[in-house]
Design a protein around this ligand. Structure first.
Ligand code: NAD
Length: 493
């Protein structure tokens, strides 16, 4: 990858023939012939026409997963064999890293260098990690009187449906599909309609890597049809969702209106990033800017509220603005690009609406705020300071490259501001005082608190939210809890 130039990626893009059909029961499936168009954010031009799943295709995919679970080999394999299959799948992903990274950059607009260097690395690592743990799980035999034996075993729940967003199309998928498969479940994945191509390729790759038919199925389609059909399906045992809080509510309703399937929700965020006066200002500012503009700001964990002590606010904001202005906004296929295009024209318009509202509410624009005058969905990295806690920009998730800066004077005020949100996905804290770090991180209502860093971590730490950022955890051994049930067997001797 390091030696591929812009021209090389353009040439590969011209040759790419994306997979545009579902992967059901181990085979390509074109569905009824109905299709929808995927638009490339980099130039606003049509990229591919993709098979559109409706309830009929969802039924086929769920039936394949059901058969594979009820009578197929996957749940019956020795865990070590399941693990080896997942590791082979990870190897196949690595072998197709360039093609998959290119597909992601084309379909959702992130820089290809990040798709290759960050996303694909994470995806392969996730399948490898769960492949490696598959045979290292130990069940329980609680102590009993001499005339009985008790076993507490972890059983796969059955058919898992995963419905995921477009911002990290394959990472979000891998965080659900890998632990579900490792647990012995079978899976139907529905990617977002903006970014189906990488997931469809992943489905075919699973077949090529030898996963048995029906173990992993992928259907492309829109949320209100294909996503809804999965949410309501009586043969889906678990629905694992990542996406917006509004759609998360739909899935809870679908479960209530159907078979009470278990629903796991990874939802939106408006994460605070607190900088205390004793912080390393340069490091805090660099991280704050990187965090909020990474992936065009289309990050559930984006530190989109920068809460700075008023005594250092000028220094911090000046440095953040300088970082914003040093970003290279441009074609995602240019390896020198550090910020690509927003996913769709609609999403760009939504983000521009947030900017207009911030102006109207009286926040001060420090940099950015403009759409870039070229084809495609490009928006300048944007910083507003003098944001008041009751402004929309301090409360609403923008999901774009827009930072809101607020100031505080006391630790209590910082914590109060940080927690003044319906969300609770993540938070950042910058201080050189160990006691303050412990005290404040305990007081923050968030699934993850990063101290003197942001977005750090490995597969062995859980990820997820509290409050309206959802519940349940991806990554780590805890993710397996989503896809297994505990069975108690009590044997009287
Ligand atoms: P979205 O909620 O619009 O869509 C997510 C998925 O839900 C897509 O596959 C979509 O097709 C489907 N969907 C949409 N409407 C549906 C409906 N009525 N019924 C069933 N399914 C439906 O979200 P998005 O725009 O793709 O992604 C952005 C959101 O995702 C942001 O809010 C972001 O914070 C969140 N997100 C959260 C995490 C996390 O881990 N917490 C990670 C990434 C993104």
């Amino acid at each position: 990858m390091a030696d591929l130039t812009h021209a090389d990626w353009l040439e590969r893009a011209a040759r790419l023939r994306p997979v545009t059909v579902h992967h059901i029961d181990g085979a390509d499936h074109a569905g009824t012939g109905d299709t929808f168009t995927v638009i490339a954010p980099r130039d606003g031009e049509p990229l591919a026409r993709v098979a559109r799943a409706g309830p009929a295709e969802v039924d086929l995919a769920v039936a394949a997963a059901r058969r594979a679970f009820d009578t197929g080999p996957w749940p019956r394999l020795a865990p070590a064999e399941r693990g080896r299959a997942l590791i082979r799948f990870a190897d196949a992903i690595e072998a197709h890293r360039e093609e998959l990274a290119l597909t992601i950059a084309l379909e959702m607009g992130k820089p290809v260098a990040e798709a290759y260097g960050i996303e694909l690395r994470a995806v392969a690592a996730t399948f490898r990690w769960y492949g490696e743990v598959a045979d290292k799980l130990i069940d329980e035999a609680p102590q009993t009187a001499a005339d009985a034996v008790a076993l507490v075993t972890r059983e796969p729940v059955g058919v898992v449906a995963a419905v995921v967003p477009w911002n990290f199309p394959l990472t979000m998928a891998a965080w659900k599909v890998a632990p579900a498969l490792a647990a012995g479940c079978t899976v139907v994945l529905k990617p977002a309609e903006q970014s189906p191509l990488s997931a469809l390729r992943l489905g075919r790759l699973a077949g090529e890597a030898g996963l048995p038919p029906g173990a992993f199925n992928v259907v492309a389609g829109e949320g209100p049809t294909a996503g809804r059909a999965l949410g309501l399906h009586p043969e889906v045992d678990v629905l694992a969702f990542t996406g917006s809080t509004a759609v998360g509510r739909h899935f809870l309703r679908y479960a209530a209106d159907s078979n009470l399937k278990r629903v796991w929700l990874e939802l939106g965020g408006k994460s605070p990033n607190i900088v205390l006066p004793d912080a390393d200002v340069a490091a805090a500012a660099a991280s704050a800017a990187w965090g909020v503009f990474f992936n065009q700001g289309e990050m559930c964990t984006a530190p989109s509220r920068l809460l700075v002590h008023s005594s250092i606010a000028d220094d911090v904001v000046d440095a953040v603005v300088a970082h914003a202005e040093s970003l290279r906004l441009g074609d995602p296929l240019d390896p020198a690009t550090t910020m690509g295009a927003l996913v769709t024209a609609d999403h760009l318009a939504r983000v521009q609406g947030h900017i207009a509202r911030a102006h109207a509410d009286g926040a001060r624009l420090r940099t950015g705020g403009q759409r870039v005058d070229r084809p495609g969905h490009y928006l300048e990295p944007t910083v507003f300071d003098r944001v008041a806690p009751d402004m929309a920009l301090a409360r609403d998730e923008v999901f774009g490259p827009v930072l809101a800066v607020l100031t505080f004077d006391t630790e209590d005020e910082a914590v109060r501001l940080a927690n003044a949100t319906e969300y609770g996905l993540a938070a950042g804290l910058w201080t050189s005082n160990l006691s303050a770090a412990h005290r404040i991180s305990r007081a923050l209502r968030a699934g993850t608190v990063w101290v003197n860093c942001y977005e750090e971590g490995g597969l062995n730490v859980p990820f997820g939210g509290v409050r309206q950022s959802g519940h349940g955890r991806d990554k780590s051994l805890h993710a397996l809890e989503k896809y297994t049930d505990l069975k108690t067997t009590w044997m009287q001797l």
